[in-house]
Design a protein around this ligand. Structure first.
Ligand code: C2E
Ligand code: MG
Ligand code: MG
Ligand code: MG
Length: 278
């Protein structure tokens, strides 16, 4: 092989591979330690009504402040956590923490708004997922009518029958469901009809491309219409500018999230934004 591809090239390739592998092993053991070290926390990004510009909800997003490496984004460590089975412990912590935070805001006299939690496919497919959710709701005294679960499009496509059952049970409990990153999965439109969902979240890649790529406007319009046809509320993700907001407002998109309104914030900052006027 060395002769065909050139010895140096193969060597360089292998070296890089093993570095990546070591890096992975390190992250793995660090994820396991992160709980004991209290390195996880949640940031909350407002979800805003397009018409009134009022906050209608917040989305909990996990943050990992690694003792030595600084901030590690969820796009890096969530897939590893899924692989090593740590996603169950992480997911449970996220849901518990988010519900508890909701109650803290409430006790502090803040206006109650929906709180959304991202759940990975592996968690949703776990047989005791529903029991875990029920237990956390009971322990935190959370009102499930204010709880929303975001699931990515790909994740619901796998174990369809079981997923539908789980989703229906969650809905019976009063919990709302969102399809996250809509438009990026290998999906058939059929599930929009089958799944008991409330919200479609248009993936930010489409929103970003709006004024750069021909056809993006048409795709966004079509997705909003599609959502509305199925009686769903549509959320635009990654809104960074006024013009994009104006566009989705004209297209009657219901809610938006993005840096234009606010980046994910810590609980204290959100609490201030949710303060009821006296
Ligand atoms: P997501 O659920 O689609 O969350 C939206 C991501 O876009 C967040 O990144 C958010 O900070 C970012 N974002 C929001 N507005 C803007 C904007 O205007 N511009 C840009 N460039 N980005 C924006 P984040 O927090 O890094 O999370 C990435 C993904 O990691 C999430 O995508 C979600 O799939 C996953 N994730 C985050 N927290 C959790 C968690 O607690 N559990 C699980 N299973 N997954 C999580
Ligand atoms: Mg999400
Ligand atoms: Mg998303
Ligand atoms: Mg995403």
């Amino acid at each position: 092989y060395g002769k065909i591809h050139g010895g140096n090239q193969v060597y360089a390739y292998n070296k890089q591979m093993s570095q990546t592998y070591n890096e992975l092993l390190l992250l793995e053991s660090d994820i396991r330690k992160a709980f004991k070290r209290n390195e996880f926390r949640l940031a909350y990004q407002p979800k805003v009504d397009v018409k009134s510009n009022h906050i209608v909800g917040v989305e909990a997003l996990i943050r990992w402040e690694h003792g030595k490496k600084g901030n590690i984004p969820p796009s890096t460590f969530i897939p590893i956590a899924e692989e090593i089975g740590m996603i169950h412990a992480i997911g449970e912590w996220v849901l518990f923490e988010a519900c508890q935070q909701f109650m803290r805001w409430k006790k502090a006299g803040a206006e109650s708004v929906m709180i959304a939690v991202n759940v990975s496919a592996i968690e949703l497919q776990q047989t005791d997922f529903l029991d875990k959710v029920k237990k956390i709701i009971k322990e935190t005294k959370m009102d499930p009518n204010y709880l929303e679960i975001e699931i990515t499009e790909n994740s619901v496509m796998h174990n369809t029958i079981e997923c539908i059952h789980t989703m229906k049970e969650l809905r019976k409990m009063g919990i709302s469901l969102s399809i996250d990153d809509f438009g990026t999965g290998y999906s058939s439109m059929g599930y929009l009809q089958k799944f008991p969902i409330n919200y479609l979240k248009i993936d930010q890649s489409f929103i970003k491309d709006l004024f750069n790529e021909a056809g993006s406007a048409e795709i966004i319009k079509a997705m909003i219409q599609l959502g509305h046809t199925f009686g769903l509320k549509v959320v635009a993700e990654g809104v960074e500018g006024e013009k994009i907001l104006q566009f989705i407002r004209e297209e009657a998109c219901d809610y938006y999230q993005g840096y234009f309104y606010s980046k994910p914030l810590d609980p204290i900052e959100i609490g201030r934004k949710l303060k009821k006027p006296n």
